[in-house]
Ligand binder design. Structure first.
Ligand code: ZN
Length: 168
């Protein structure tokens, strides 16, 4: 059996380790008012959407509850609805701007299942193009990235980034 590996997770994990004293990275960017710097492109009272800084593909984003919970079973019905609404909105934006041929949408629950930040539940939205990979990107460990995060953020928000920034 082929072993699963995911080199893109390493960056997140390193970040988490480096930032442990500062708490959850998702809660931190949510509380920050620097949405462009943090690539947050949608907000609602109960949920938000952010570009993944270690994407599997162009436009790979995450949908999160504003509240810090580690499992979907801890979400309230209102939070589930808010996340689903943002998911649909993000998908619509991605469809309009990047014109993918399809999407992988899903959850990795727990670090053993591939969650880079298992403490704060998040739904992955991964745009796919015909011929981009032969396998699910979550298992293939390959990335084909041709557009920068900053450019994609501009496309999704229609807001030019005032300063290009690096990572969280
Ligand atoms: Zn959190």
């Amino acid at each position: 059996m082929q072993r699963l590996w995911a080199p893109w997770r390493e960056g997140y994990i390193t970040k988490v380790i480096n930032n442990q004293h500062r708490g959850c990275i998702f809660c931190r960017v949510l509380k920050s008012n620097k949405d462009a710097k943090n690539y947050i492109f949608l907000r609602s009272p109960l949920a938000f959407a952010v570009l993944n800084i270690y994407p599997y593909s162009n436009g790979h984003c995450l949908i999160l509850s504003n509240r810090h919970v580690s499992d979907i079973s801890q979400l309230t019905p209102a939070e589930i609805q808010a996340m689903m609404e943002l998911l649909l909105e993000a998908k619509k934006l991605l469809q309009k701007t990047l014109k993918p041929h399809g999407f992988n949408i899903g959850l990795n629950l727990g670090r053993m299942a591939g969650a880079g930040i298992p403490g704060h539940v998040h739904v992955h939205v991964v745009p796919r193009w015909q011929g981009d990979h032969n396998f699910m990107p979550v298992t293939a460990g390959t990335k084909v990235i041709s557009q920068s995060l900053g450019k994609i953020y501009e496309l999704l928000t229609d807001v030019p980034r005032k300063k290009s920034s690096g990572l969280w």
